[in-house]
Design a protein around this ligand. Structure first.
Ligand SMILES: C[S@@+](CC[C@H](N)C(=O)[O-])C[C@H]1O[C@@H](n2cnc3c(N)ncnc32)[C@H](O)[C@@H]1O
Length: 209
């Protein structure tokens, strides 16, 4: 396997000891992007929050600091990411505020209408069925709850060479802002807001249940 293919495989599903380190390194690599995307949301101290595809767990700890009287769950289908996120959130797990679980976005292990906010940072490129997976997220949101996708790639001519070369290496699905809107609407979301930084190819998509 070529180096780039290996790196993109790790990004989509970190594996083994290297995968744990990789998930930890993404904590740093995605920090600015995540801060930017979350700036469009209000997180309340008592909120129940879920981070899907939580990787190394930095977004979970960031959210747990704000939802300090609520609870934060992180789920990821990779054992290596679950291990890294568990290590990164050890204290809050021990005091009962945070839970990290192994699960796929296709089948979230939660009852309906549980969360005020669901976040997904740099993960939906790899999901098995984007439309159905959005419906699953919609199911676990409380009425009035929000879902946010924060990505550093969306379909835009300027970045097509880079993005398509990743997509030629492994499954990597990215969309036009308008396509995101359609997927969100088809899953039932309303009040959809889309923010981009075109020069960086960053996108934040927010929908409300
Ligand atoms: C590029 S990493 C991003 C991790 C983290 N959100 C961050 O911003 O650093 C993508 C993560 O999504 C997870 N992932 C991909 N597909 C998934 C799925 N179907 N269900 C749950 N997690 C998934 C991967 O295992 C990986 O940890």
């Amino acid at each position: 396997m070529g180096l780039m293919k290996y790196v993109f495989e790790q990004a989509g599903k970190p594996r083994g000891k290297f995968g744990e380190l990789f998930a930890m390194s993404m904590n740093l690599g995605h920090s600015k992007l995540t801060r930017w995307g979350l700036s469009y949301l209000t997180v309340n101290p008592e909120d129940f929050v879920l981070d899907v595809g939580c990787g190394g767990g930095k977004t979970v700890s960031r959210l747990a600091k704000i939802a300090r009287e609520g609870k934060v769950w992180g789920v990821d289908y990779s054992d290596a990411s679950v291990a890294a996120a568990t290590r990164a959130n050890r204290k809050s797990i021990d005091n009962g505020q945070v839970k990290i679980l192994k699960a796929s976005v296709s089948e979230l292990p939660f009852p309906g209408e549980m969360f005020d906010l669901v976040t997904a940072v740099e993960t939906c490129y790899f999901w098995p069925d984007f439309q159905e997976n959005l419906k699953e997220i919609y199911r676990v949101l409380k009425p009035g709850g929000s879902f946010v996708i924060i990505n550093e790639a969306y379909k835009n001519e300027k970045f097509e060479k880079r993005n398509s070369s990743i997509a030629n290496t492994r499954k990597f699905l990215y969309y036009l802002p308008l396509e995101f809107k359609e997927y969100f609407e088809n899953a039932g979301f309303s009040q959809i807001r889309i923010k981009t930084i075109e020069s960086k190819n960053w996108i934040t998509v927010i929908g409300r249940k």
